[in-house]
Design a binder for this molecule. Structure first.
Ligand code: AMP
Ligand code: ZN
Length: 135
């Protein structure tokens, strides 16, 4: 997609700090890392979100995420690692080209997880039933 910043990186029109590339996938350092070594993994084919992305890509990206995650964790000496992925602006997605964040984590690095809510009586079962029905 012509105005997509990650497609421009794939084409080589914009530079990136590449850590991994094969025919269909690219991994590079996030320019604004939560912690140093924070890496993004993208398919070269442009799809906006996880929900738009075909199975043939999703089936192959898992082993790459695991391989790159192991390298990031090893090099940074991180205690932990988050794999994060956002879909649509309301979920915090800034770049509309599917990407997975690999974030090396350290005790007390200050990165906050989401607050936890709660269900009213019966609501959890209501959501479970509706979601399960579509699967
Ligand atoms: P998201 O909120 O999941 O869409 O995150 C997009 C991420 O892309 C952010 O963490 C940005 O720091 C990162 N980013 C944006 N432009 C570039 C770039 N040119 N090179 C590397 N990372 C980038
Ligand atoms: Zn793109």
């Amino acid at each position: 997609m012509t105005d997509c910043i990650f497609c421009k990186i794939i084409k080589g029109d914009i530079p990136c700090s590449k850590v991994y590339e094969d025919e269909d996938f690219l991994a590079f350092l996030d320019i604004g890392p939560v912690n140093k070594g924070h890496t993004l993994i993208i398919p070269k084919e442009h799809h906006e979100t996880l929900l738009d992305t075909p199975d043939y890509i999703m089936e192959r990206i898992g082993p790459i995420i695991r391989k790159v995650a192991a390298a990031v964790k090893s090099v940074t000496g991180a205690d932990g690692l988050n794999v994060m992925q956002s879909n649509n602006a309301s979920a915090g997605q800034i770049v509309p080209h599917l990407h997975f964040h690999l974030i090396p984590r350290f005790q007390k690095d200050g990165f906050k997880h989401w607050p936890q809510g709660q269900y009213k009586e019966g609501e959890m079962e209501e959501y479970r039933t509706k979601i399960a029905k579509l699967l």
